[in-house]
Design a protein. Structure first.
Length: 204
């Protein structure tokens, strides 16, 4: 039996700097107006800026208790540009957007099997899950660009996607990703070392 396709939602690129600023707002280190001011500088178009702000709001300022608690924990880990920050960003993204999780899962499986993959291979798997639509093609590309900005993947000279150097996933960050994956998958199963969501990290 197939499950219902999640809404795409994350249909814009999300830069690492915007994520860092949003995390600092959650930690109480700056006012949200500072984040909006940076978005206004980086994104001239009003509609695109509003959509991007909406994506950040859903990741970092959710209304429901469980994702809000996760975002607060993630912000506490995202202090420095390291494995904890990357885990924090992936956690809030997959908790807020199941589509982002599916792209990461498909990408992670291919990278674990092959070491690298073309963007087209992931696009085809997303088309199989959601139908061949322009919105699916664009959203998947935005996910790739976002992951590259966060340091999850890089594009090699031949345009293939590869994972960045695996980072050590410490216990607090691993627990955060466990919680995020369970929220996104409606599961209670801890992440295994082989889980495709963990492709940017060293086995534990």
């Amino acid at each position: 039996m197939s499950t219902a396709s999640p809404q795409i939602g994350i249909d814009r690129f999300v830069d690492v700097v915007w994520m860092q600023l949003a995390a600092s707002v959650v930690r109480g280190e700056m006012h949200v107006d500072g984040l909006h001011a940076r978005l206004a500088v980086d994104i001239p178009g009003l509609q695109v800026r509003r959509k991007t702000a909406g994506i950040l709001n859903r990741m970092w300022f959710p209304q429901d208790a469980a994702p809000r608690s996760l975002a607060e924990n993630a912000a506490g880990l995202a202090i420095e540009d390291n494995a904890e920050q990357l885990a924090a960003f992936e956690a809030v993204a997959i908790a807020a957007y199941p589509y982002f999780r599916q792209v990461a899962e498909n990408l992670g499986r291919l990278l674990r099997l092959q070491g690298s993959c073309s963007a087209g291979e992931v696009h085809r798997r997303m088309f199989e899950q959601h139908g061949k639509r322009t919105t699916i093609d664009q959203a998947t590309s935005y996910c790739f660009k976002t992951m590259a900005s966060w340091g999850m993947i890089v594009r090699s000279p031949d345009r293939r996607l590869t994972a960045t150097e695996p980072r050590l996933l410490r216990a607090p960050a691993r627990r955060l990703l466990d919680k995020a994956a369970n929220l996104s998958r409606h599961s209670v199963t801890p992440l295994l070392t082989t889980d495709p969501l963990l492709f940017p990290f060293q086995p534990f």
